[in-house]
Design a protein. Structure first.
Length: 513
Protein backbone atom coordinates (compact mmCIF):
# COMPACT_ATOMS: atom_id res chain seq x y z
CA UNK A 1 0.00 0.00 0.00
CA UNK A 2 2.80 2.38 0.87
CA UNK A 3 4.46 1.67 -2.49
CA UNK A 4 1.19 2.29 -4.36
CA UNK A 5 0.53 5.53 -2.46
CA UNK A 6 4.01 6.80 -3.27
CA UNK A 7 3.49 5.98 -6.99
CA UNK A 8 0.18 7.85 -7.08
CA UNK A 9 1.81 10.82 -5.34
CA UNK A 10 4.62 10.92 -7.96
CA UNK A 11 2.15 10.74 -10.84
CA UNK A 12 0.13 13.61 -9.33
CA UNK A 13 3.25 15.76 -8.98
CA UNK A 14 4.20 15.04 -12.61
CA UNK A 15 0.73 16.07 -13.76
CA UNK A 16 0.96 19.27 -11.74
CA UNK A 17 4.31 20.11 -13.35
CA UNK A 18 2.83 19.48 -16.82
CA UNK A 19 -0.14 21.75 -16.10
CA UNK A 20 2.18 24.51 -14.86
CA UNK A 21 4.21 24.12 -18.03
CA UNK A 22 1.13 24.47 -20.22
CA UNK A 23 0.04 27.56 -18.30
CA UNK A 24 3.47 29.10 -18.77
CA UNK A 25 3.49 28.43 -22.51
CA UNK A 26 0.02 29.96 -22.83
CA UNK A 27 1.28 33.25 -21.38
CA UNK A 28 4.84 33.42 -22.70
CA UNK A 29 5.50 30.68 -25.29
CA UNK A 30 8.88 29.10 -26.16
CA UNK A 31 11.48 29.67 -28.90
CA UNK A 32 15.14 29.21 -29.61
CA UNK A 33 16.85 32.59 -30.38
CA UNK A 34 18.54 31.11 -33.44
CA UNK A 35 15.15 31.11 -35.22
CA UNK A 36 14.39 34.79 -34.58
CA UNK A 37 15.43 35.75 -38.11
CA UNK A 38 14.43 32.66 -40.11
CA UNK A 39 11.00 31.16 -40.81
CA UNK A 40 10.46 27.53 -39.88
CA UNK A 41 8.33 25.12 -41.92
CA UNK A 42 6.88 21.98 -40.42
CA UNK A 43 7.67 18.69 -42.08
CA UNK A 44 3.99 17.90 -42.48
CA UNK A 45 3.19 21.21 -44.21
CA UNK A 46 2.52 21.29 -47.90
CA UNK A 47 5.24 23.42 -49.53
CA UNK A 48 2.84 24.31 -52.33
CA UNK A 49 0.77 26.33 -49.88
CA UNK A 50 3.56 28.87 -49.42
CA UNK A 51 5.94 30.08 -52.11
CA UNK A 52 8.06 32.98 -50.94
CA UNK A 53 10.71 32.64 -53.63
CA UNK A 54 11.42 35.75 -55.67
CA UNK A 55 9.78 35.51 -59.10
CA UNK A 56 11.74 36.10 -62.27
CA UNK A 57 11.48 39.60 -63.68
CA UNK A 58 9.52 39.50 -66.95
CA UNK A 59 9.61 42.04 -69.72
CA UNK A 60 8.01 45.17 -68.32
CA UNK A 61 5.45 46.29 -70.87
CA UNK A 62 4.55 49.39 -68.93
CA UNK A 63 7.57 51.38 -67.77
CA UNK A 64 7.06 55.12 -68.14
CA UNK A 65 10.12 57.30 -68.63
CA UNK A 66 10.23 60.93 -69.69
CA UNK A 67 12.64 60.16 -72.50
CA UNK A 68 10.40 57.43 -73.91
CA UNK A 69 7.02 59.20 -74.04
CA UNK A 70 6.46 61.94 -76.61
CA UNK A 71 3.52 64.14 -77.54
CA UNK A 72 0.93 62.23 -79.52
CA UNK A 73 2.08 58.85 -78.21
CA UNK A 74 -0.58 56.39 -77.13
CA UNK A 75 -0.06 55.23 -73.56
CA UNK A 76 -1.92 52.86 -71.31
CA UNK A 77 -4.10 54.50 -68.71
CA UNK A 78 -4.69 51.09 -67.11
CA UNK A 79 -1.21 49.73 -66.28
CA UNK A 80 -0.34 46.07 -66.47
CA UNK A 81 0.64 44.17 -63.37
CA UNK A 82 4.35 43.97 -62.61
CA UNK A 83 6.15 41.12 -60.87
CA UNK A 84 9.46 42.73 -59.95
CA UNK A 85 10.66 41.93 -56.44
CA UNK A 86 13.51 44.32 -55.52
CA UNK A 87 15.78 43.95 -52.48
CA UNK A 88 14.29 44.80 -49.13
CA UNK A 89 14.63 48.37 -47.94
CA UNK A 90 16.98 49.00 -45.04
CA UNK A 91 15.00 49.17 -41.83
CA UNK A 92 15.92 50.38 -38.37
CA UNK A 93 14.86 48.77 -35.13
CA UNK A 94 12.06 50.82 -33.57
CA UNK A 95 13.09 53.03 -30.69
CA UNK A 96 10.03 52.31 -28.57
CA UNK A 97 8.31 49.09 -27.54
CA UNK A 98 4.84 47.95 -28.54
CA UNK A 99 4.36 46.29 -25.15
CA UNK A 100 4.26 42.78 -23.67
CA UNK A 101 3.35 39.75 -25.82
CA UNK A 102 0.35 37.56 -24.97
CA UNK A 103 -0.87 34.35 -26.63
CA UNK A 104 -4.44 33.06 -26.47
CA UNK A 105 -6.36 30.19 -28.05
CA UNK A 106 -8.69 27.25 -27.44
CA UNK A 107 -6.13 24.46 -27.74
CA UNK A 108 -2.43 24.38 -26.89
CA UNK A 109 -0.15 21.53 -27.98
CA UNK A 110 3.46 21.43 -26.80
CA UNK A 111 6.01 19.29 -28.62
CA UNK A 112 9.73 19.00 -29.21
CA UNK A 113 10.90 18.96 -32.84
CA UNK A 114 14.26 18.29 -34.38
CA UNK A 115 15.10 21.50 -36.28
CA UNK A 116 18.56 21.88 -37.82
CA UNK A 117 19.74 18.97 -35.70
CA UNK A 118 18.67 20.59 -32.45
CA UNK A 119 15.71 19.87 -30.19
CA UNK A 120 13.34 22.84 -30.29
CA UNK A 121 10.22 23.36 -28.22
CA UNK A 122 7.21 24.27 -30.39
CA UNK A 123 3.84 25.36 -29.07
CA UNK A 124 0.94 24.98 -31.53
CA UNK A 125 -2.15 27.07 -30.80
CA UNK A 126 -5.45 26.32 -32.55
CA UNK A 127 -8.95 27.69 -32.31
CA UNK A 128 -9.13 31.49 -32.04
CA UNK A 129 -5.32 31.53 -32.00
CA UNK A 130 -4.06 35.04 -31.36
CA UNK A 131 -0.91 36.95 -30.50
CA UNK A 132 -1.42 40.34 -28.85
CA UNK A 133 1.09 43.10 -28.37
CA UNK A 134 -0.04 46.61 -27.47
CA UNK A 135 -2.99 47.58 -29.66
CA UNK A 136 -2.05 44.93 -32.27
CA UNK A 137 -3.85 41.60 -32.56
CA UNK A 138 -2.26 38.91 -34.75
CA UNK A 139 -4.55 35.95 -35.56
CA UNK A 140 -4.52 32.89 -37.82
CA UNK A 141 -5.97 29.40 -38.19
CA UNK A 142 -2.81 27.90 -36.70
CA UNK A 143 -0.26 29.79 -34.61
CA UNK A 144 3.08 28.16 -33.83
CA UNK A 145 5.52 29.59 -31.30
CA UNK A 146 9.14 28.38 -31.43
CA UNK A 147 11.60 28.23 -28.54
CA UNK A 148 11.54 29.11 -24.88
CA UNK A 149 11.56 32.91 -25.15
CA UNK A 150 8.82 33.52 -27.78
CA UNK A 151 11.26 35.20 -30.17
CA UNK A 152 9.57 33.78 -33.27
CA UNK A 153 6.03 32.77 -34.17
CA UNK A 154 4.31 31.81 -37.39
CA UNK A 155 0.64 31.96 -38.35
CA UNK A 156 -0.79 30.13 -41.35
CA UNK A 157 -4.22 30.32 -42.90
CA UNK A 158 -6.25 33.53 -42.93
CA UNK A 159 -3.72 35.74 -41.19
CA UNK A 160 -5.29 38.94 -39.89
CA UNK A 161 -3.55 41.76 -38.05
CA UNK A 162 -5.69 44.57 -36.63
CA UNK A 163 -4.61 47.81 -34.99
CA UNK A 164 -7.58 49.95 -33.88
CA UNK A 165 -5.21 52.68 -32.69
CA UNK A 166 -4.10 53.46 -36.25
CA UNK A 167 -7.19 52.19 -38.07
CA UNK A 168 -5.29 49.45 -39.92
CA UNK A 169 -6.27 45.92 -40.96
CA UNK A 170 -3.70 43.61 -42.62
CA UNK A 171 -4.75 40.33 -44.24
CA UNK A 172 -2.53 37.61 -45.76
CA UNK A 173 -2.13 33.83 -46.07
CA UNK A 174 1.06 33.57 -44.01
CA UNK A 175 2.43 35.71 -41.20
CA UNK A 176 5.64 35.59 -39.17
CA UNK A 177 6.30 37.39 -35.90
CA UNK A 178 9.81 38.46 -34.83
CA UNK A 179 9.87 39.45 -31.18
CA UNK A 180 13.24 41.26 -31.09
CA UNK A 181 12.31 43.49 -34.02
CA UNK A 182 8.66 43.72 -32.93
CA UNK A 183 7.78 43.04 -36.55
CA UNK A 184 5.22 40.98 -38.45
CA UNK A 185 6.15 39.77 -41.94
CA UNK A 186 3.16 38.98 -44.15
CA UNK A 187 3.24 37.08 -47.45
CA UNK A 188 0.76 35.34 -49.70
CA UNK A 189 -1.30 38.20 -51.17
CA UNK A 190 -0.90 40.60 -48.23
CA UNK A 191 -3.28 43.54 -48.17
CA UNK A 192 -3.60 46.60 -45.93
CA UNK A 193 -6.85 48.48 -45.45
CA UNK A 194 -6.40 51.77 -43.64
CA UNK A 195 -9.16 54.24 -42.76
CA UNK A 196 -8.03 57.79 -42.08
CA UNK A 197 -9.68 59.11 -38.92
CA UNK A 198 -9.63 62.70 -40.20
CA UNK A 199 -11.26 62.50 -43.63
CA UNK A 200 -12.49 58.86 -43.51
CA UNK A 201 -10.65 58.06 -46.75
CA UNK A 202 -9.88 54.36 -47.21
CA UNK A 203 -6.48 53.34 -48.60
CA UNK A 204 -5.91 49.84 -49.98
CA UNK A 205 -2.28 48.65 -50.32
CA UNK A 206 -1.11 45.33 -51.80
CA UNK A 207 2.35 43.90 -52.55
CA UNK A 208 4.30 40.63 -52.61
CA UNK A 209 5.72 40.98 -49.09
CA UNK A 210 4.90 43.33 -46.20
CA UNK A 211 6.87 43.90 -43.01
CA UNK A 212 5.01 45.85 -40.33
CA UNK A 213 6.78 47.20 -37.25
CA UNK A 214 4.30 47.16 -34.41
CA UNK A 215 5.88 49.83 -32.21
CA UNK A 216 6.03 52.49 -34.92
CA UNK A 217 3.06 51.40 -37.08
CA UNK A 218 5.30 51.58 -40.17
CA UNK A 219 4.94 48.97 -42.94
CA UNK A 220 7.51 48.27 -45.66
CA UNK A 221 6.05 46.81 -48.87
CA UNK A 222 8.13 45.08 -51.55
CA UNK A 223 7.27 43.97 -55.07
CA UNK A 224 4.24 44.88 -57.18
CA UNK A 225 3.17 47.60 -54.78
CA UNK A 226 -0.27 48.95 -55.60
CA UNK A 227 -1.99 51.76 -53.71
CA UNK A 228 -5.67 52.47 -54.33
CA UNK A 229 -7.55 55.40 -52.82
CA UNK A 230 -10.59 57.49 -53.69
CA UNK A 231 -8.48 59.90 -55.74
CA UNK A 232 -5.77 57.87 -57.47
CA UNK A 233 -4.04 54.55 -58.13
CA UNK A 234 -0.31 54.31 -57.44
CA UNK A 235 2.28 51.70 -58.45
CA UNK A 236 5.91 51.14 -57.41
CA UNK A 237 8.49 48.50 -56.57
CA UNK A 238 8.88 49.65 -52.95
CA UNK A 239 6.71 51.53 -50.49
CA UNK A 240 7.00 52.75 -46.91
CA UNK A 241 3.62 53.21 -45.25
CA UNK A 242 3.58 55.32 -42.08
CA UNK A 243 0.13 54.70 -40.68
CA UNK A 244 0.36 57.28 -37.88
CA UNK A 245 0.37 60.20 -40.34
CA UNK A 246 -1.12 58.20 -43.25
CA UNK A 247 1.87 58.81 -45.52
CA UNK A 248 3.02 56.42 -48.27
CA UNK A 249 6.47 56.89 -49.84
CA UNK A 250 6.75 55.21 -53.25
CA UNK A 251 10.17 54.46 -54.80
CA UNK A 252 11.39 52.23 -57.59
CA UNK A 253 9.66 53.34 -60.80
CA UNK A 254 6.74 54.98 -58.96
CA UNK A 255 3.80 56.32 -60.95
CA UNK A 256 0.38 57.61 -60.00
CA UNK A 257 -2.71 57.52 -62.21
CA UNK A 258 -5.38 60.15 -61.69
CA UNK A 259 -8.13 59.35 -64.19
CA UNK A 260 -6.35 59.57 -67.57
CA UNK A 261 -3.38 61.59 -66.33
CA UNK A 262 -0.09 60.05 -65.28
CA UNK A 263 2.43 61.38 -62.74
CA UNK A 264 5.94 59.94 -62.43
CA UNK A 265 9.00 60.90 -60.37
CA UNK A 266 11.95 59.29 -58.64
CA UNK A 267 10.05 59.54 -55.33
CA UNK A 268 6.33 60.10 -54.76
CA UNK A 269 5.12 60.81 -51.22
CA UNK A 270 1.36 60.41 -50.80
CA UNK A 271 -0.05 62.32 -47.82
CA UNK A 272 -3.60 61.00 -47.70
CA UNK A 273 -4.54 62.91 -44.56
CA UNK A 274 -3.68 66.21 -46.28
CA UNK A 275 -5.00 65.25 -49.73
CA UNK A 276 -1.72 65.89 -51.49
CA UNK A 277 1.33 64.21 -53.04
CA UNK A 278 4.93 65.44 -53.00
CA UNK A 279 7.05 64.72 -56.08
CA UNK A 280 10.85 64.51 -55.95
CA UNK A 281 13.36 64.53 -58.84
CA UNK A 282 12.69 63.90 -62.55
CA UNK A 283 9.03 64.86 -62.26
CA UNK A 284 6.88 64.41 -65.36
CA UNK A 285 3.13 64.79 -65.75
CA UNK A 286 1.40 63.39 -68.82
CA UNK A 287 -1.99 64.85 -69.72
CA UNK A 288 -3.88 62.50 -72.01
CA UNK A 289 -7.00 63.03 -74.04
CA UNK A 290 -10.03 60.86 -73.40
CA UNK A 291 -10.07 57.70 -75.56
CA UNK A 292 -12.56 57.85 -78.42
CA UNK A 293 -14.15 54.60 -77.24
CA UNK A 294 -15.26 54.37 -73.59
CA UNK A 295 -13.94 50.82 -73.26
CA UNK A 296 -10.45 51.76 -74.50
CA UNK A 297 -7.66 51.72 -71.91
CA UNK A 298 -5.32 53.99 -73.89
CA UNK A 299 -5.20 57.75 -74.31
CA UNK A 300 -3.17 60.07 -76.53
CA UNK A 301 -0.62 62.26 -74.75
CA UNK A 302 -1.69 65.87 -75.36
CA UNK A 303 0.87 67.65 -73.17
CA UNK A 304 3.87 66.88 -70.97
CA UNK A 305 5.13 68.96 -68.05
CA UNK A 306 8.60 68.30 -66.62
CA UNK A 307 10.22 69.66 -63.46
CA UNK A 308 12.51 68.76 -60.56
CA UNK A 309 9.93 69.04 -57.76
CA UNK A 310 6.16 69.05 -57.52
CA UNK A 311 3.27 69.38 -55.09
CA UNK A 312 0.01 67.74 -56.18
CA UNK A 313 -3.11 68.86 -54.24
CA UNK A 314 -6.44 67.10 -54.75
CA UNK A 315 -8.62 68.38 -51.91
CA UNK A 316 -12.29 69.12 -52.54
CA UNK A 317 -11.55 72.69 -51.43
CA UNK A 318 -8.91 73.14 -54.14
CA UNK A 319 -9.88 75.36 -57.06
CA UNK A 320 -11.08 73.12 -59.95
CA UNK A 321 -10.43 70.13 -57.70
CA UNK A 322 -6.74 69.74 -58.61
CA UNK A 323 -3.60 71.85 -58.34
CA UNK A 324 -0.02 70.97 -59.25
CA UNK A 325 2.82 73.29 -58.27
CA UNK A 326 6.05 72.59 -60.15
CA UNK A 327 9.49 74.07 -59.48
CA UNK A 328 12.99 73.53 -60.84
CA UNK A 329 16.54 73.67 -59.60
CA UNK A 330 18.42 76.94 -60.31
CA UNK A 331 20.18 75.39 -63.29
CA UNK A 332 16.96 73.93 -64.78
CA UNK A 333 13.53 75.13 -65.91
CA UNK A 334 9.98 73.87 -65.66
CA UNK A 335 9.06 72.83 -69.21
CA UNK A 336 5.63 72.47 -70.82
CA UNK A 337 5.36 70.67 -74.17
CA UNK A 338 2.17 70.77 -76.20
CA UNK A 339 1.71 69.94 -79.89
CA UNK A 340 1.70 73.66 -80.75
CA UNK A 341 3.47 75.34 -77.80
CA UNK A 342 6.68 75.04 -75.82
CA UNK A 343 6.87 77.03 -72.57
CA UNK A 344 9.53 77.34 -69.88
CA UNK A 345 9.54 79.03 -66.48
CA UNK A 346 11.02 78.89 -62.98
CA UNK A 347 7.70 77.91 -61.41
CA UNK A 348 4.40 76.67 -62.83
CA UNK A 349 1.01 76.10 -61.20
CA UNK A 350 -1.62 74.04 -63.01
CA UNK A 351 -5.28 73.68 -62.00
CA UNK A 352 -7.85 71.10 -63.07
CA UNK A 353 -7.76 67.49 -64.21
CA UNK A 354 -6.87 68.42 -67.79
CA UNK A 355 -4.77 71.51 -67.05
CA UNK A 356 -7.68 73.91 -67.48
CA UNK A 357 -5.66 76.82 -66.05
CA UNK A 358 -1.94 77.52 -65.82
CA UNK A 359 0.10 80.20 -64.07
CA UNK A 360 3.84 80.41 -64.78
CA UNK A 361 6.28 82.81 -63.11
CA UNK A 362 9.95 83.64 -63.34
CA UNK A 363 11.57 84.38 -66.71
CA UNK A 364 8.72 82.85 -68.70
CA UNK A 365 9.42 81.79 -72.28
CA UNK A 366 6.79 80.63 -74.77
CA UNK A 367 7.12 79.68 -78.43
CA UNK A 368 4.52 78.32 -80.84
CA UNK A 369 5.40 75.47 -83.16
CA UNK A 370 5.99 76.57 -86.74
CA UNK A 371 6.35 80.25 -85.86
CA UNK A 372 9.38 82.50 -85.64
CA UNK A 373 7.80 84.36 -82.72
CA UNK A 374 9.01 84.18 -79.13
CA UNK A 375 7.03 85.53 -76.16
CA UNK A 376 8.73 86.14 -72.84
CA UNK A 377 8.03 87.98 -69.60
CA UNK A 378 7.67 87.69 -65.84
CA UNK A 379 4.24 86.06 -65.48
CA UNK A 380 2.02 83.99 -67.76
CA UNK A 381 -1.57 82.94 -67.12
CA UNK A 382 -3.35 80.55 -69.50
CA UNK A 383 -7.01 79.48 -69.70
CA UNK A 384 -7.43 76.35 -71.80
CA UNK A 385 -11.21 76.54 -72.21
CA UNK A 386 -10.97 80.17 -73.38
CA UNK A 387 -7.92 79.64 -75.55
CA UNK A 388 -6.47 82.74 -73.91
CA UNK A 389 -3.00 83.54 -72.56
CA UNK A 390 -1.91 86.73 -70.75
CA UNK A 391 1.67 87.81 -70.12
CA UNK A 392 2.07 90.55 -67.48
CA UNK A 393 4.82 92.79 -66.14
CA UNK A 394 6.41 92.47 -62.72
CA UNK A 395 9.97 93.77 -63.09
CA UNK A 396 10.33 93.88 -66.87
CA UNK A 397 8.05 94.40 -69.86
CA UNK A 398 6.69 91.29 -71.57
CA UNK A 399 7.78 91.06 -75.19
CA UNK A 400 6.92 89.42 -78.48
CA UNK A 401 10.04 88.95 -80.59
CA UNK A 402 9.91 87.88 -84.21
CA UNK A 403 12.95 86.62 -86.10
CA UNK A 404 13.73 86.32 -89.79
CA UNK A 405 14.87 83.13 -91.51
CA UNK A 406 18.46 83.93 -90.55
CA UNK A 407 17.62 84.17 -86.84
CA UNK A 408 17.98 87.95 -86.75
CA UNK A 409 15.52 89.96 -84.67
CA UNK A 410 13.00 91.59 -87.01
CA UNK A 411 10.16 92.86 -84.79
CA UNK A 412 10.02 93.57 -81.05
CA UNK A 413 6.65 94.34 -79.43
CA UNK A 414 6.43 95.22 -75.75
CA UNK A 415 3.83 96.48 -73.28
CA UNK A 416 2.71 96.15 -69.69
CA UNK A 417 0.35 93.33 -70.66
CA UNK A 418 0.24 91.08 -73.73
CA UNK A 419 -2.88 88.99 -74.33
CA UNK A 420 -3.24 86.31 -76.99
CA UNK A 421 -6.46 84.62 -78.12
CA UNK A 422 -5.64 81.38 -79.88
CA UNK A 423 -9.18 80.83 -81.17
CA UNK A 424 -9.50 84.08 -83.14
CA UNK A 425 -5.73 84.44 -83.62
CA UNK A 426 -5.50 87.92 -82.17
CA UNK A 427 -2.88 89.58 -79.95
CA UNK A 428 -3.66 92.61 -77.78
CA UNK A 429 -0.92 94.72 -76.16
CA UNK A 430 -1.84 97.24 -73.45
CA UNK A 431 0.04 99.89 -71.48
CA UNK A 432 3.08 101.83 -72.70
CA UNK A 433 3.16 99.99 -76.02
CA UNK A 434 6.31 100.06 -78.10
CA UNK A 435 6.79 98.38 -81.47
CA UNK A 436 10.27 98.32 -82.93
CA UNK A 437 11.24 97.02 -86.36
CA UNK A 438 14.80 96.46 -87.50
CA UNK A 439 16.29 96.54 -90.98
CA UNK A 440 15.92 93.07 -92.46
CA UNK A 441 17.26 92.29 -95.91
CA UNK A 442 16.55 89.17 -97.91
CA UNK A 443 18.66 88.23 -100.88
CA UNK A 444 17.57 86.83 -104.21
CA UNK A 445 20.08 86.08 -106.98
CA UNK A 446 22.70 87.94 -104.97
CA UNK A 447 20.65 91.17 -104.80
CA UNK A 448 19.01 92.70 -101.73
CA UNK A 449 15.21 92.67 -101.76
CA UNK A 450 12.46 93.70 -99.31
CA UNK A 451 14.64 96.19 -97.48
CA UNK A 452 12.72 97.36 -94.39
CA UNK A 453 13.11 100.78 -92.81
CA UNK A 454 13.94 100.91 -89.09
CA UNK A 455 11.13 102.49 -87.09
CA UNK A 456 9.64 102.68 -83.58
CA UNK A 457 5.92 103.14 -82.91
CA UNK A 458 4.41 104.14 -79.55
CA UNK A 459 0.87 104.06 -78.17
CA UNK A 460 -1.40 103.10 -75.28
CA UNK A 461 -2.62 99.84 -76.77
CA UNK A 462 -2.32 97.81 -79.94
CA UNK A 463 -4.06 94.93 -81.69
CA UNK A 464 -2.38 92.43 -83.99
CA UNK A 465 -4.53 90.31 -86.30
CA UNK A 466 -2.34 87.33 -87.06
CA UNK A 467 -4.13 86.18 -90.21
CA UNK A 468 -4.02 89.67 -91.78
CA UNK A 469 -0.51 90.29 -90.45
CA UNK A 470 -1.69 93.75 -89.47
CA UNK A 471 -1.04 95.67 -86.23
CA UNK A 472 -3.11 98.75 -85.35
CA UNK A 473 -1.79 101.11 -82.65
CA UNK A 474 -4.23 103.30 -80.69
CA UNK A 475 -4.10 105.90 -77.93
CA UNK A 476 -2.30 109.00 -79.27
CA UNK A 477 0.13 106.89 -81.27
CA UNK A 478 3.30 108.24 -82.82
CA UNK A 479 5.91 106.83 -85.14
CA UNK A 480 9.60 107.63 -85.29
CA UNK A 481 11.55 106.61 -88.38
CA UNK A 482 13.92 107.93 -90.99
CA UNK A 483 10.91 109.72 -92.48
CA UNK A 484 10.34 111.80 -89.34
CA UNK A 485 8.36 111.97 -86.10
CA UNK A 486 4.70 111.53 -86.99
CA UNK A 487 1.38 111.34 -85.11
CA UNK A 488 -2.07 110.19 -86.18
CA UNK A 489 -5.36 108.86 -84.82
CA UNK A 490 -4.28 105.33 -85.73
CA UNK A 491 -1.09 103.80 -87.04
CA UNK A 492 -1.36 100.68 -89.18
CA UNK A 493 1.77 98.56 -89.35
CA UNK A 494 2.40 95.78 -91.85
CA UNK A 495 5.58 94.28 -90.35
CA UNK A 496 5.94 91.50 -92.93
CA UNK A 497 5.77 94.01 -95.78
CA UNK A 498 7.93 96.62 -94.09
CA UNK A 499 5.41 99.44 -94.48
CA UNK A 500 2.97 101.52 -92.42
CA UNK A 501 -0.11 103.71 -92.89
CA UNK A 502 -1.22 106.75 -90.87
CA UNK A 503 -5.00 107.04 -90.42
CA UNK A 504 -6.64 110.40 -89.58
CA UNK A 505 -5.32 113.55 -87.90
CA UNK A 506 -1.85 113.20 -89.31
CA UNK A 507 0.64 115.74 -88.05
CA UNK A 508 4.26 115.96 -87.02
CA UNK A 509 7.63 116.53 -88.55
CA UNK A 510 8.53 115.03 -91.92
CA UNK A 511 12.19 114.66 -92.76
CA UNK A 512 13.37 114.78 -96.34
CA UNK A 513 16.21 112.51 -97.36
Amino acid sequence: MNFRARAIRKISLAGLVLLLGLARCASTGWIDPQYSENPVTRADEDPAEEDLSEPQQPEDKYTLATKDVQLGDTVRTTPEKRTTLPPAAEKKKPARSAGAVRYTGNRFVREVRKINGKDTVVMSIRGNAALRQGSNTFTGNILEVFGEDSAYAKATGNLRLTDPASGTVLNAKVGEYFRDAEMVKASGNPRILHTNKKNKRVTNVTSVVMERFLATAVTYCRGNVKVVSDEFIGFADLAEYNEQNDTITLTGNPRVFQKNNIVIADTIILENANDLARLRENVAIFYTEEPEKPEADKGVVSSIVKADYGLYEFSEKTYLGRKITLTAKPENRVTLNRPDVIAKSDKTEIWGEQGEELYATGNVYMKREGEQNLVRGDNLRYWKILGRAVMTKETSYPQIISYDENGKEKINIRGEKIERNFFIRKITVKGDVQVRTSDSNSTENGEAVNSQEDMVAYGEWAELEEDKKLMIIYGNPRLVSESGNLRAREIWLFPEEGRYELQGGIHGEFLSK
